[in-house]
Design a binder for this molecule. Structure first.
Ligand SMILES: [Zn+2]
Length: 220
């Protein structure tokens, strides 16, 4: 196995050098953190690659598996997004193994489990940027706006989203309002996250993914 891993690493090093020589700057192993500025610019660049078909994350996943398996993970970016099958963050941001620390739940709402997950990500793993990523045509947001009772445990997400969308018209507007509400919930509900933001050690950003176009639109 070690021989295979050495081969894998050498083979990927050759590929890595080739990509660097070709002018690609987003292929470094992620066992160390990148800055918040670089992280955000790489998310934007990754979504551009996703849109134009020039995705390259798949070309260095094998190297990432070896590196992160041996040296551990150091994700710089956390993502809270919907369970919707159209919103896989690693794909739409063209990111690799070890890049994103992800929580997914219908309606991308914050609960104790999600808050605790990001507290761990920030405290133990060094996550310094969290993106709350909603999307257009979200079924969970739509169900909340409809206001009809849901069976089983599905009312968990409508209860969590309802305060965000009260009085808001239009589904996309409601999704944006939900993103902003959940961003607030992250800091309101966590002293660890609130303190990190106050110290400038954590940035929380909001964005909407457009399921018809594949474009991620960051909110002001
Ligand atoms: Zn959704």
């Amino acid at each position: 196995m070690q021989t295979f891993q050495l081969f894998l690493r050498r083979a990927n090093l050759v590929a890595l050098c080739g990509l660097v020589l070709a002018g690609c700057t987003s292929v470094s192993p992620r066992t160390e953190h990148i800055t918040a500025e670089i992280a955000m610019s790489e998310l934007v660049a990754g979504n551009d690659r996703f849109l134009d078909g020039g995705m390259h994350a798949h070309t260095w996943q094998a190297e990432r598996v070896v590196e992160t398996g041996e040296f551990g993970q150091a994700p710089s970016v956390g993502v809270l997004t919907c369970a919707d099958s159209r919103t896989p963050p690693e794909l739409i941001f063209d990111q690799g193994v070890g890049d994103l620390f992800v929580v997914r739940v219908a309606g991308n709402f914050v609960d104790d489990g999600g808050t605790g997950t990001f507290e761990y990500g920030v405290s133990a793993l060094g996550v310094h940027t969290i993106v709350v990523l909603g999307h257009t045509k979200c079924g969970a947001v739509n169900a909340t706006c409809d206001g009809k009772p849901l069976p089983g445990s599905m009312s968990a997400f409508t209860r969590a989203i309802q305060p965000a969308v009260a009085g808001v018209t239009g589904l996309t507007n409601a999704s944006e309002a939900n993103v902003r509400w959940q961003m607030k919930r992250l800091t309101d509900g966590s002293e660890i996250l609130r303190t990190a933001v106050a110290k400038g050690e954590l940035k929380i950003a909001g964005a909407i993914y457009e399921v018809d176009t594949g474009k991620v639109r960051f909110l002001n």
